[in-house]
Each structure stands twice: as C-alpha cells, then as structure tokens.
Design a binder for this molecule. Structure first.
Ligand SMILES: [Zn+2]
Length: 79
C-alpha cells in the first residue's frame, strides 16, 4: 500500500513534475510518460506487439490526472 506521502514500501517513487505538466499514459501502463518518443514507452509497445497483446490507446493527460489514476512516474522521461 502507498502512504499519504506517495512512498510505497517496495519501490522508490520519483518526484512528480508540476501538476499541469502534460504527458501521456495508457490504461494498462503503469507510468506517466512525457510523450510517445519515450524509449520506455516504445519498449512496452514493442513487447505487447511481440506477445500479441492489444496495444492500449494513448491518453493525453496532465501530471495531476496521472497521479490521481494511480500511475507512477517514468524514470526515463522525468529524470
Ligand atoms: Zn517514459
């Protein structure tokens, strides 16, 4: 479980960008990316394709929206 500070017991949580920062997420993805050019995001798409899984559509959201939906922060995009 994640506490009020956003720190889970098992994973290090990156600091979030400011609330209004635009980015992307997918329904099945676990993290909030800056955009579809992210190598982490592209790797996920590639894995899904290779495994024959459905490619989830990209949603344009802000940082605060991603956080509210329980996503994490991509450590490649927001490092
Ligand atoms: Zn990313």
């Amino acid at each position: 479980m994640v506490d009020a500070m956003g720190h889970g017991p098992t994973q290090f949580q990156k600091p979030w960008p400011p609330d209004a920062t635009p980015g992307i997420l997918t329904e099945s993805g676990r993290v909030f990316h800056r955009g579809v050019d992210c190598p982490g995001y592209r790797q996920g798409v590639e894995n899904s394709r290779r495994l024959g899984r459905r490619i989830a559509p990209v949603e344009q959201v802000t940082s605060v929206e991603a956080r509210r939906r329980g996503k994490g922060v991509c450590n490649k995009c927001w490092a």
